[in-house]
Design a protein around this ligand. Sequence first.
Ligand code: PNS
Length: 161
Amino acid sequence: MNTVKAIYPGSFDPVTNGHLDLIARGSRIFDQLVVAILQNSGKNPLFTVEERVEMLGAAVAEFGNVSIATFDGLLVDFVRSQQAQAVLRGIRAISDYEYELQMALMNRRLAPDLETIFMMPAEKFSYVSSRLVKEIFRLGGSVEGLVPPLVLDKLKERGRE
Ligand code: PNS
């Protein structure tokens, strides 16, 4: 039987309910889904990779076919090392499309047999991003309902530094 393994890569700094919506959708379509956290994004992250692994691990515990991994270097190399066939990415709005298309086509050039599959999160998450969650929290706004409970706890622990 043909099984399909997909990699869902990203920074996940931190994981949002939009990411989780996509993971839930991906877990229904793919036999195996690996959520892969980029280690050296150069983005000056709020959470360490270890913290992000912990938060994601707790958030996806309910899905039997979803696992968490970290990677460094080229995504296509990681996908090959995992013997996966597809990359999953979310598209929230047209504004995401240009960047995503560029990445997907570049990855196709690097690994022609690899498919990038785009899925849309639920509309209610179409404006949610890790960047805005961090900014709103830092400035004293509520991010309840936008991130899983453990992320909310971690944000509060850290304070609005
Ligand atoms: O959540 P993000 O930050 O939008 O995710 C971007 C990510 C991790 C998917 C992208 O930066 C990536 O794949 N980086 C790994 C390095 C790489 O392969 N770069 C070439 C992409 S065409």
